[in-house]
Design a binder for this molecule. Structure first.
Ligand SMILES: *Cc1c(COP(=O)(O)O)cnc(C)c1O
Length: 393
């Protein structure tokens, strides 16, 4: 029987790039796909399912509550909306029009990235601080705590922090400044796994909300992500995400997720409505998260290293190194140093071959390419090496 991709006339690719959305993310474990099928076979109250997800996410992150949406990007939109509107139903209904609503989100300029469109999409205006001077040779200061403090006004809804080993100032320092001014901090930690300890780290450091991707290293459905954090902010996110087309008297939201006593009425459809997560995504994500925690960093790293070694064993070109063989907090990779060809030229030939193989370079005009094991299926390691050999050997 032809595969779904054959029936649709779409050629599968070999993905040695990692969990990129443009390459459809990774390959889910069978248990995760089975959980999605099982969830699809009965209906539930979606708010009750989100309340159960909240308990599970709280248990693995140490946060008060959690929530599932269609990706980390969706979670950033919900986090922004929650910090802006709080539990004010009329503010929720107006977004992205922020008339009369705190609408400024302070962000370190060097942390600006493509995904912060989700923050702006909720109606917020990003207020940038810091000057990451890379070229003048006057010393790189990036941003400092006092600059964040100086940018906070009565219009500030939140400080937005993009977690990364290189991000400055440190998250605890940013939280200290923001909380002293009564402003919440939400964190983009979409790709901050491994190490597994990061599931708890940013919450333990005091972040009010943290967003993770479900479709990256966790191995959940590609269109899933979750928030964890403060109960009141998660409640606001839920109110701006779910449908509640039901009269007040009959509305019985799950108390673990939504405290009806804090509300004056039933919210209208909110700004987060396009970020819908179905019962299948919620069930898949929770299953993947459980398996992720069970596996642990060491076993996961060994599984990835096996794929990396499989690629390296079959490569017949010069310039092959293996990165992060002992570093459990990183994904091991093959590093290829090219001769007489730029990374861009090499990657173009690789991606236009048969089968198409996708890999990545840190900089396109460099001569360094990385082969990543995250999204390789059984036998793909040898296929990647064969395609590389055909160009280089
Ligand atoms: C991948 C990524 C996102 C988006 O995650 P999705 O789950 O694909 O929506 C956001 N921020 C950063 C830093 C990312 O790496």
């Amino acid at each position: 029987m032809p595969s779904i991709y054959e029936r649709l006339g779409v050629a599968p690719v070999i993905n040695a790039k990692g969990t990129a959305t443009r390459l459809s993310g990774g390959i889910m474990r069978r248990e995760v796909a089975d959980a999605m099928v099982e969830a699809s076979e009965a209906c539930v109250d979606i708010a009750a399912l989100q309340a159960a997800a909240s308990r599970e996410i709280a248990a693995v992150t140490g946060a008060e509550a959690g929530y599932v949406a269609s990706g980390a990007s969706a979670c950033l939109l919900l986090a922004t909306a929650a910090c802006m509107a709080g539990l004010d139903l009329s503010a929720m209904a107006r977004l992205p029009d922020t008339a009369g609503v705190k609408n400024e989100v302070v962000m370190v300029r060097s942390q600006r990235n493509f995904y912060d469109h989700a923050v702006r999409g909720a109606g917020a205006r990003i207020v940038e601080v810091g000057l990451p001077d890379r070229f003048a040779g006057a010393g790189v200061r990036d941003a400092e705590g006092w600059e964040i403090d100086a940018a906070i006004t009565e219009r500030t809804a939140a400080v937005f922090y993009v977690a990364d080993a290189l991000a400055r100032p440190s998250l605890p320092e940013v939280i200290e400044v923001a909380h002293r001014r009564g402003v919440p901090v939400f964190v983009d930690a979409a790709a901050q796994l491994p190490p597994q300890s990061n599931l708890r780290r940013f919450i333990a450091e005091g972040a009010d909300l943290v967003a993770f991707s479900g479709g990256k290293v966790i191995g959940g459905p590609q269109a899933s992500g979750f928030l964890c954090g403060r109960r009141d902010l998660i409640m606001s996110a839920a109110l701006q995400h779910l449908d509640f087309d039901i009269p007040w008297a009959r509305w019985q939201p799950p108390p673990g997720l939504i405290d009806k006593a804090k509300l004056k009425g039933v919210p209208l459809h909110g700004i987060g409505r396009p970020c819908k997560a179905g019962k299948e995504e919620i069930a898949g994500l929770l299953t993947a998260l459980r398996l992720f925690v069970q596996e642990g960093d060491a076993a996961r790293h060994a599984r990835w290293l096996k794929r990396v070694n499989e690629m390296a064993k079959h490569l017949r070109c010069a310039g092959v190194d293996i990165l992060y063989t002992d570093d459990l907090s990183a994904v091991p990779q093959v590093k290829l140093t090219l001769k007489g060809m730029t990374a861009e030229e090499f990657l173009t030939r690789l991606a236009t071959g048969t089968p198409a193989v996708h890999a990545d370079a840190s900089v396109w005009d460099s001569q360094v390419v990385f082969l990543n094991p995250l999204c390789l299926g059984e036998g793909d390691g040898a296929r990647v090496a064969e395609a590389v050999n055909a160009i280089l050997a």
